[in-house]
Write a protein that binds this ligand. Structure first.
Ligand code: ATP
Length: 348
Protein backbone atom coordinates (compact mmCIF):
# COMPACT_ATOMS: atom_id res chain seq x y z
CA UNK A 1 0.00 0.00 0.00
CA UNK A 2 1.35 3.45 -0.90
CA UNK A 3 2.04 5.31 2.34
CA UNK A 4 0.22 8.59 2.91
CA UNK A 5 3.51 10.16 3.90
CA UNK A 6 7.12 9.06 3.56
CA UNK A 7 10.27 10.76 4.79
CA UNK A 8 13.21 9.41 2.78
CA UNK A 9 16.53 10.22 4.45
CA UNK A 10 15.54 13.82 5.04
CA UNK A 11 17.73 16.37 6.76
CA UNK A 12 16.25 19.64 7.88
CA UNK A 13 17.51 22.71 9.67
CA UNK A 14 18.29 26.36 9.16
CA UNK A 15 20.79 28.05 6.83
CA UNK A 16 22.68 24.85 6.03
CA UNK A 17 22.91 23.80 9.69
CA UNK A 18 21.39 20.36 10.03
CA UNK A 19 19.16 20.13 13.11
CA UNK A 20 17.77 16.66 12.38
CA UNK A 21 19.32 14.39 9.75
CA UNK A 22 18.83 11.08 7.96
CA UNK A 23 15.21 10.70 9.02
CA UNK A 24 13.23 7.83 7.54
CA UNK A 25 9.64 6.98 8.31
CA UNK A 26 6.33 6.00 6.76
CA UNK A 27 2.81 6.91 7.80
CA UNK A 28 -0.19 5.05 6.41
CA UNK A 29 -3.60 6.66 5.80
CA UNK A 30 -5.51 7.10 9.06
CA UNK A 31 -2.51 6.38 11.29
CA UNK A 32 -1.77 8.63 14.25
CA UNK A 33 1.87 9.19 15.12
CA UNK A 34 3.71 11.10 17.82
CA UNK A 35 7.19 12.57 17.73
CA UNK A 36 8.76 12.53 21.16
CA UNK A 37 12.12 13.95 22.11
CA UNK A 38 14.01 16.33 24.35
CA UNK A 39 13.57 20.08 24.03
CA UNK A 40 15.43 21.58 21.08
CA UNK A 41 16.01 18.26 19.28
CA UNK A 42 14.18 19.48 16.17
CA UNK A 43 10.62 18.14 16.46
CA UNK A 44 9.06 21.43 15.33
CA UNK A 45 11.65 21.76 12.57
CA UNK A 46 10.67 18.33 11.16
CA UNK A 47 6.96 19.14 11.35
CA UNK A 48 7.51 22.47 9.60
CA UNK A 49 9.36 20.66 6.81
CA UNK A 50 6.42 18.24 6.39
CA UNK A 51 3.97 21.19 6.34
CA UNK A 52 6.07 22.88 3.66
CA UNK A 53 7.09 25.92 5.76
CA UNK A 54 10.78 24.91 5.70
CA UNK A 55 12.84 23.55 2.82
CA UNK A 56 14.96 20.38 3.01
CA UNK A 57 18.76 20.21 3.19
CA UNK A 58 18.71 16.65 1.78
CA UNK A 59 16.34 13.76 1.09
CA UNK A 60 12.74 13.81 -0.11
CA UNK A 61 9.25 13.95 1.35
CA UNK A 62 6.66 11.95 -0.55
CA UNK A 63 2.89 12.29 -0.12
CA UNK A 64 0.72 9.59 -1.68
CA UNK A 65 3.60 8.64 -3.98
CA UNK A 66 4.19 12.23 -5.12
CA UNK A 67 7.32 14.18 -4.20
CA UNK A 68 6.35 17.33 -2.25
CA UNK A 69 9.81 18.36 -0.95
CA UNK A 70 13.35 17.75 -2.11
CA UNK A 71 16.50 19.84 -2.26
CA UNK A 72 15.59 22.98 -4.21
CA UNK A 73 11.87 22.14 -4.40
CA UNK A 74 9.17 22.79 -1.76
CA UNK A 75 5.53 22.45 -2.76
CA UNK A 76 3.81 25.42 -1.04
CA UNK A 77 1.90 24.55 2.18
CA UNK A 78 -1.50 25.52 0.72
CA UNK A 79 -1.07 22.96 -2.08
CA UNK A 80 -0.36 20.04 0.26
CA UNK A 81 -3.84 19.70 1.75
CA UNK A 82 -2.29 19.23 5.18
CA UNK A 83 -3.99 20.66 8.29
CA UNK A 84 -1.83 22.27 10.96
CA UNK A 85 -2.37 23.09 14.60
CA UNK A 86 0.87 24.83 15.53
CA UNK A 87 1.57 26.88 18.64
CA UNK A 88 2.35 29.92 16.51
CA UNK A 89 -0.79 29.35 14.47
CA UNK A 90 -3.08 30.75 17.19
CA UNK A 91 -6.67 31.78 16.49
CA UNK A 92 -7.12 35.15 14.83
CA UNK A 93 -8.12 37.44 17.73
CA UNK A 94 -10.18 39.84 15.59
CA UNK A 95 -12.30 37.06 14.06
CA UNK A 96 -15.10 35.28 15.88
CA UNK A 97 -15.20 31.49 16.14
CA UNK A 98 -17.28 31.10 12.98
CA UNK A 99 -14.87 33.18 10.88
CA UNK A 100 -11.83 31.49 12.41
CA UNK A 101 -13.12 28.07 11.39
CA UNK A 102 -14.38 29.27 8.01
CA UNK A 103 -10.98 30.84 7.26
CA UNK A 104 -9.65 27.85 5.34
CA UNK A 105 -12.90 27.37 3.38
CA UNK A 106 -12.53 30.38 1.09
CA UNK A 107 -13.71 28.71 -2.11
CA UNK A 108 -16.98 27.47 -0.61
CA UNK A 109 -20.40 29.16 -0.79
CA UNK A 110 -21.83 30.89 2.31
CA UNK A 111 -24.28 28.00 2.81
CA UNK A 112 -21.51 25.38 2.60
CA UNK A 113 -19.38 27.35 5.08
CA UNK A 114 -22.26 27.53 7.53
CA UNK A 115 -22.86 23.80 7.30
CA UNK A 116 -19.21 22.92 7.61
CA UNK A 117 -18.56 25.21 10.61
CA UNK A 118 -21.62 23.80 12.39
CA UNK A 119 -20.42 20.25 11.67
CA UNK A 120 -16.93 21.01 13.02
CA UNK A 121 -18.23 22.71 16.16
CA UNK A 122 -20.46 19.70 16.81
CA UNK A 123 -17.46 17.41 16.28
CA UNK A 124 -15.36 19.22 18.88
CA UNK A 125 -18.44 19.48 21.14
CA UNK A 126 -18.74 23.27 21.15
CA UNK A 127 -21.99 23.80 19.25
CA UNK A 128 -23.12 27.19 20.64
CA UNK A 129 -20.13 29.48 20.51
CA UNK A 130 -19.79 30.55 16.89
CA UNK A 131 -20.30 34.28 17.69
CA UNK A 132 -17.72 34.43 20.44
CA UNK A 133 -14.23 35.85 20.08
CA UNK A 134 -11.08 33.93 21.12
CA UNK A 135 -10.55 36.04 24.27
CA UNK A 136 -14.02 34.95 25.47
CA UNK A 137 -13.01 31.26 25.42
CA UNK A 138 -11.15 29.08 27.91
CA UNK A 139 -7.77 27.59 26.93
CA UNK A 140 -9.37 24.19 26.26
CA UNK A 141 -12.13 25.76 24.13
CA UNK A 142 -9.53 27.68 22.11
CA UNK A 143 -7.61 24.46 21.45
CA UNK A 144 -10.81 22.79 20.26
CA UNK A 145 -11.62 25.71 17.94
CA UNK A 146 -8.05 25.56 16.55
CA UNK A 147 -8.60 21.86 15.92
CA UNK A 148 -11.98 22.55 14.25
CA UNK A 149 -10.31 25.16 12.03
CA UNK A 150 -7.63 22.69 10.94
CA UNK A 151 -10.18 19.90 10.34
CA UNK A 152 -12.76 21.98 8.44
CA UNK A 153 -11.09 21.66 5.00
CA UNK A 154 -11.08 17.85 5.61
CA UNK A 155 -7.34 17.21 5.33
CA UNK A 156 -6.04 13.66 4.99
CA UNK A 157 -3.15 14.57 7.30
CA UNK A 158 -3.09 16.80 10.35
CA UNK A 159 0.10 18.10 11.98
CA UNK A 160 -0.11 19.17 15.61
CA UNK A 161 2.73 20.83 17.50
CA UNK A 162 2.18 20.47 21.24
CA UNK A 163 -1.51 21.26 20.76
CA UNK A 164 -2.40 20.84 24.42
CA UNK A 165 0.69 22.36 26.00
CA UNK A 166 -1.08 25.19 27.80
CA UNK A 167 -3.69 22.97 29.43
CA UNK A 168 -3.59 21.28 32.81
CA UNK A 169 -2.78 17.57 32.99
CA UNK A 170 -6.36 16.24 33.31
CA UNK A 171 -7.71 18.34 30.45
CA UNK A 172 -4.71 17.43 28.27
CA UNK A 173 -5.36 13.76 28.71
CA UNK A 174 -9.08 14.11 28.07
CA UNK A 175 -8.57 16.25 24.97
CA UNK A 176 -5.83 13.96 23.63
CA UNK A 177 -8.20 10.98 23.80
CA UNK A 178 -11.06 13.00 22.29
CA UNK A 179 -8.81 14.11 19.44
CA UNK A 180 -7.78 10.53 18.83
CA UNK A 181 -11.38 9.43 18.53
CA UNK A 182 -12.29 12.36 16.24
CA UNK A 183 -9.34 11.58 13.94
CA UNK A 184 -10.16 7.86 13.89
CA UNK A 185 -13.85 8.56 13.15
CA UNK A 186 -12.90 10.86 10.29
CA UNK A 187 -10.08 8.62 8.99
CA UNK A 188 -7.55 11.46 9.31
CA UNK A 189 -3.87 10.64 9.81
CA UNK A 190 -1.85 12.83 12.15
CA UNK A 191 1.60 13.57 13.46
CA UNK A 192 1.70 15.18 16.85
CA UNK A 193 4.73 16.61 18.60
CA UNK A 194 4.74 16.21 22.34
CA UNK A 195 7.04 16.18 25.37
CA UNK A 196 4.70 13.94 27.26
CA UNK A 197 5.40 10.21 27.02
CA UNK A 198 2.04 9.21 28.51
CA UNK A 199 0.17 11.44 26.08
CA UNK A 200 2.19 9.92 23.21
CA UNK A 201 1.35 6.39 24.35
CA UNK A 202 -2.33 7.25 24.75
CA UNK A 203 -2.80 8.79 21.33
CA UNK A 204 -0.44 7.10 18.91
CA UNK A 205 -0.37 4.08 16.62
CA UNK A 206 3.25 4.91 15.74
CA UNK A 207 5.85 6.65 17.80
CA UNK A 208 9.15 8.24 16.82
CA UNK A 209 11.95 9.19 19.20
CA UNK A 210 13.89 12.16 17.90
CA UNK A 211 17.15 12.71 19.79
CA UNK A 212 20.80 13.52 19.15
CA UNK A 213 20.05 14.84 15.70
CA UNK A 214 18.17 11.89 14.26
CA UNK A 215 15.15 9.61 14.52
CA UNK A 216 16.38 6.91 16.89
CA UNK A 217 13.43 4.56 16.35
CA UNK A 218 10.06 4.56 14.62
CA UNK A 219 7.53 1.90 15.58
CA UNK A 220 4.48 1.11 17.67
CA UNK A 221 4.50 2.21 21.33
CA UNK A 222 4.78 -1.44 22.44
CA UNK A 223 7.74 -2.05 20.09
CA UNK A 224 9.55 0.95 21.51
CA UNK A 225 8.76 -0.03 25.09
CA UNK A 226 9.61 -3.72 24.86
CA UNK A 227 12.14 -3.74 22.00
CA UNK A 228 13.97 -0.40 22.11
CA UNK A 229 16.90 -0.30 19.68
CA UNK A 230 19.20 1.44 22.15
CA UNK A 231 19.33 2.59 25.79
CA UNK A 232 18.41 6.15 24.78
CA UNK A 233 15.04 4.99 23.41
CA UNK A 234 14.55 2.62 26.35
CA UNK A 235 15.04 5.48 28.79
CA UNK A 236 12.83 7.83 26.84
CA UNK A 237 9.71 5.67 26.82
CA UNK A 238 9.86 4.73 30.50
CA UNK A 239 12.10 4.65 33.51
CA UNK A 240 14.84 2.09 33.93
CA UNK A 241 18.53 1.54 34.41
CA UNK A 242 21.33 -0.26 32.63
CA UNK A 243 23.11 -3.08 34.42
CA UNK A 244 26.29 -4.83 33.28
CA UNK A 245 25.54 -8.50 32.78
CA UNK A 246 27.39 -11.67 31.90
CA UNK A 247 25.60 -14.50 30.12
CA UNK A 248 25.64 -17.73 32.10
CA UNK A 249 23.69 -19.59 29.43
CA UNK A 250 21.21 -18.93 26.62
CA UNK A 251 18.57 -18.15 29.25
CA UNK A 252 20.44 -16.75 32.26
CA UNK A 253 22.63 -13.80 33.16
CA UNK A 254 24.35 -12.61 36.30
CA UNK A 255 24.17 -8.95 37.28
CA UNK A 256 24.58 -6.80 40.36
CA UNK A 257 20.97 -7.77 41.09
CA UNK A 258 21.93 -11.46 41.15
CA UNK A 259 21.27 -14.26 38.71
CA UNK A 260 18.28 -13.70 36.44
CA UNK A 261 16.72 -16.68 34.64
CA UNK A 262 14.65 -15.93 31.55
CA UNK A 263 11.79 -18.08 30.34
CA UNK A 264 13.16 -18.21 26.78
CA UNK A 265 16.55 -17.74 25.07
CA UNK A 266 17.09 -14.04 24.41
CA UNK A 267 20.07 -14.18 22.06
CA UNK A 268 22.77 -14.29 24.74
CA UNK A 269 25.93 -16.38 24.28
CA UNK A 270 27.57 -17.97 27.34
CA UNK A 271 30.44 -15.82 28.63
CA UNK A 272 29.37 -12.76 26.65
CA UNK A 273 29.12 -9.36 28.35
CA UNK A 274 26.07 -7.24 27.71
CA UNK A 275 23.95 -4.45 29.18
CA UNK A 276 20.54 -5.22 30.54
CA UNK A 277 17.93 -2.49 30.81
CA UNK A 278 15.73 -3.13 33.82
CA UNK A 279 12.61 -1.13 34.62
CA UNK A 280 11.53 -0.28 38.21
CA UNK A 281 8.35 -2.33 37.80
CA UNK A 282 10.49 -5.44 37.13
CA UNK A 283 12.38 -5.18 40.42
CA UNK A 284 10.48 -6.56 43.36
CA UNK A 285 11.54 -6.18 46.99
CA UNK A 286 10.60 -9.10 49.21
CA UNK A 287 11.12 -10.61 52.64
CA UNK A 288 11.65 -14.04 51.04
CA UNK A 289 15.15 -15.34 50.69
CA UNK A 290 16.90 -13.99 47.62
CA UNK A 291 20.43 -13.69 46.33
CA UNK A 292 20.90 -9.90 46.63
CA UNK A 293 19.89 -7.75 49.56
CA UNK A 294 19.16 -4.01 49.47
CA UNK A 295 18.22 -1.30 51.95
CA UNK A 296 15.03 0.70 51.56
CA UNK A 297 16.12 4.33 51.64
CA UNK A 298 12.85 6.03 50.72
CA UNK A 299 9.31 5.12 49.88
CA UNK A 300 6.73 7.07 47.95
CA UNK A 301 3.07 6.04 48.02
CA UNK A 302 1.47 6.99 44.68
CA UNK A 303 -1.97 5.45 45.20
CA UNK A 304 -1.96 2.73 42.58
CA UNK A 305 1.71 1.93 43.23
CA UNK A 306 4.55 2.36 45.71
CA UNK A 307 7.99 3.51 44.56
CA UNK A 308 10.96 2.49 46.68
CA UNK A 309 14.45 3.97 46.48
CA UNK A 310 16.83 1.09 47.21
CA UNK A 311 20.53 1.01 47.97
CA UNK A 312 22.50 -1.97 46.69
CA UNK A 313 25.56 -3.41 48.54
CA UNK A 314 27.77 -1.55 46.00
CA UNK A 315 26.26 1.78 47.08
CA UNK A 316 24.33 2.15 43.80
CA UNK A 317 20.81 3.52 44.17
CA UNK A 318 17.95 2.07 42.14
CA UNK A 319 14.16 2.30 42.02
CA UNK A 320 11.50 -0.35 42.39
CA UNK A 321 7.80 0.23 41.69
CA UNK A 322 5.20 -2.23 42.84
CA UNK A 323 1.51 -2.16 42.13
CA UNK A 324 0.12 -3.57 45.36
CA UNK A 325 -0.05 -2.26 48.90
CA UNK A 326 3.09 -4.10 49.94
CA UNK A 327 4.67 -1.73 52.43
CA UNK A 328 8.23 -1.85 53.70
CA UNK A 329 9.58 0.64 56.16
CA UNK A 330 12.49 2.92 55.37
CA UNK A 331 15.69 1.32 56.69
CA UNK A 332 14.51 -2.29 56.29
CA UNK A 333 16.56 -4.92 54.48
CA UNK A 334 14.84 -6.66 51.57
CA UNK A 335 15.84 -9.22 49.02
CA UNK A 336 15.44 -8.36 45.34
CA UNK A 337 13.70 -10.43 42.68
CA UNK A 338 13.86 -9.43 39.05
CA UNK A 339 10.99 -10.51 36.86
CA UNK A 340 12.39 -12.26 33.88
CA UNK A 341 9.86 -12.06 31.04
CA UNK A 342 10.89 -9.72 28.18
CA UNK A 343 14.59 -8.95 28.81
CA UNK A 344 15.86 -5.76 27.14
CA UNK A 345 19.50 -6.49 26.33
CA UNK A 346 22.10 -4.45 24.44
CA UNK A 347 25.40 -5.93 23.42
CA UNK A 348 28.76 -4.33 24.10
N1 ATP B 1 14.16 29.94 12.64
C1 ATP B 1 15.22 29.36 13.18
N2 ATP B 1 16.48 29.69 12.79
C2 ATP B 1 17.57 29.10 13.32
N3 ATP B 1 17.52 28.11 14.25
C3 ATP B 1 16.31 27.75 14.67
C4 ATP B 1 15.10 28.34 14.18
N4 ATP B 1 14.05 27.74 14.78
C5 ATP B 1 14.57 26.82 15.63
N5 ATP B 1 15.92 26.82 15.57
C6 ATP B 1 16.84 25.94 16.32
O1 ATP B 1 16.63 24.60 15.91
C7 ATP B 1 16.74 23.72 17.02
C8 ATP B 1 15.52 22.82 17.09
O2 ATP B 1 14.37 23.61 17.38
P1 ATP B 1 12.92 23.00 17.38
O3 ATP B 1 11.96 24.10 17.73
O4 ATP B 1 12.69 22.27 16.10
O5 ATP B 1 13.05 21.92 18.55
P2 ATP B 1 11.91 21.15 19.36
O6 ATP B 1 12.37 19.76 19.49
O7 ATP B 1 10.57 21.37 18.72
O8 ATP B 1 12.00 21.90 20.74
P3 ATP B 1 10.88 22.11 21.89
O9 ATP B 1 10.50 20.75 22.37
O10 ATP B 1 11.63 22.88 22.94
O11 ATP B 1 9.73 22.87 21.29
C9 ATP B 1 16.95 24.58 18.24
O12 ATP B 1 18.33 24.56 18.55
C10 ATP B 1 16.52 25.95 17.81
O13 ATP B 1 17.25 26.94 18.48
Amino acid sequence: MTPLLELRSISCGYENTVIAGQLNMQLQAGEIACLLGPSGCGKTTVLRAVAGFNSLLSGTIVQNGKEISSVGFTLPPEQRGIGVVFQDYALFPHLNVFDNIAFGLHRRSAAEKKLSVAEMLKLVELPDISNRYPHELSGGQQQRVALARALAPKPKLLLMDEPFSNLDTDLRKQLALEVRSILKDQGIAAIMVTHDQQEAFAISDKLGILARGTLQQWGTPTELYYQPVNPLVAGFVGKGELFDAECLSETAVVTELGTIEFAEPFGGVTGKQLSLFIRPADIRPSTEKGNVMATIEQKEFLGSSVVYQLMLPSGRRIESEIFEPLMFEVGSQVSLHVSAHRPIAFSG
